[in-house]
Design a protein around this ligand. Structure first.
Ligand code: SF4
Length: 324
């Protein structure tokens, strides 16, 4: 299975003013040296608390924001080095679905127009096939033909997300960044949308980066999972491995909060002390050391690199490298 998307040593820093009267420049390291691959046809779940950099990664992959350093390779092509025309061509191959479907839908356009607008602009299908093409996409997304003439406000949140998915799908993408696509929906609707995304993945051979803070959802849809903390990827492994045996203390704490369906099963709930530090002023060394119950002397001095601890399982933690 070949790799479709490669993120290599990606950095995204935002300049900030140090203090009101200071001229010195400081940086928020929203994404700090992150690397991972996503294989064609697979889903990588990216999890972590808000402010950890996962959405910035999604936006940098799509070049909705510029990178500071590193590379984003789509099918071997560096997205950030493309000229405007080539970027436009690749944009239909790489799509995004946002958390709030309503804000990304034009209220004055009927749904058929919303879904077909970019298809028409890019001449993706011959004129005589356009209607059938849009109808098929809508049906595949669980929408009905009569929905074409209706407006976004006439739909529920779940249906609006189906419209957004149909709009992305109509451009015949290979890769979709799903940025918290079900977080704004009722729990009962979430499963329907997740199942829809899975069905479409099989039918259209899609590859996903699925950004979410909801681990149950990530467990359901992902093949591999990456865990982020304050701009760093701290653990990365196939889903089965990371859910069965989370190794990084932060991952262990996050995963300990997942409800277990079996009432007799026991799992220690690890409560994280304090809140996530400010990304503008992160702790030295391992950025998690201020909240880690295993922290050692070295942890406040050296940021551990992300390395293989087992086959296919990478962790960034001194506990596993023998450093004290
Ligand atoms: Fe905790 Fe140290 Fe591992 Fe960081 S490196 S997670 S502080 S044990």
């Amino acid at each position: 299975q070949d790799v479709l998307l490669q993120v290599k040593n990606l950095k995204k820093y935002y300049p900030i003013q140090k203090g009101m009267f200071s001229k010195a420049k400081a940086f928020v390291k929203a994404v700090d040296d992150v690397s991972f691959d996503i294989k064609r046809g697979e889903t990588m779940g990216l999890v972590g608390e808000s402010g950890c950099g996962k959405t910035t990664i999604g936006k940098t992959i799509l070049r909705l924001t510029d990178k500071t350093d590193g590379a984003v390779l789509f099918n071997g092509t560096e997205i950030h080095e493309l000229d405007k025309k080539s970027l436009r061509d690749i944009r239909s191959k790489v799509q995004i679905i946002f958390q709030d479907p309503y804000s990304s839908l034009s209220p004055r356009m009927p749904v058929g127009e919303i879904i077909g607008e970019a298809v028409r602009e890019k001449n993706l299908v011959p004129k005589e096939e356009f209607d059938d093409y849009i109808t098929q996409i809508m049906l595949d997304c669980g929408l009905q033909v009569y929905h074409k003439d209706r407006y976004p406000h006439e739909f529920s949140g779940g249906q609006r997300q189906r419209i957004c998915i149909a709009r992305a799908l109509a451009l015949n993408p290979e890769f979709i960044v799903c940025d918290e696509p079900v977080s704004a929906l009722d729990v009962s609707i979430q499963a329907q949308i997740i199942n829809l995304l899975k069905d479409l993945q099989n039918k259209y051979k899609l590859t996903y980066l699925f950004i979410s803070h909801d681990l149950s959802v990530v467990e359901h849809i992902s093949d591999t999972v990456g865990v982020m903390y304050l701009g760093n990827l701290v653990e990365y492994a196939p889903k089965e491995k990371i859910f069965k045996n989370p190794l990084h203390p932060y991952t262990q704490a996050l995963f300990s909060a997942i409800p277990i369906p079996d009432p007799d099963a026991k799992r220690e709930r690890i409560i994280l002390e304090g809140s996530i530090p400010s990304p503008a002023n992160p702790p030295s060394g391992c950025k998690f050391h201020t909240r880690c119950r295993h922290a050692m002397e070295i942890c406040s001095q050296v940021n551990p690199p992300l390395v293989f601890i087992e086959p296919e399982h990478k962790v960034a933690c001194h506990l596993y490298t023998g450093e004290k």
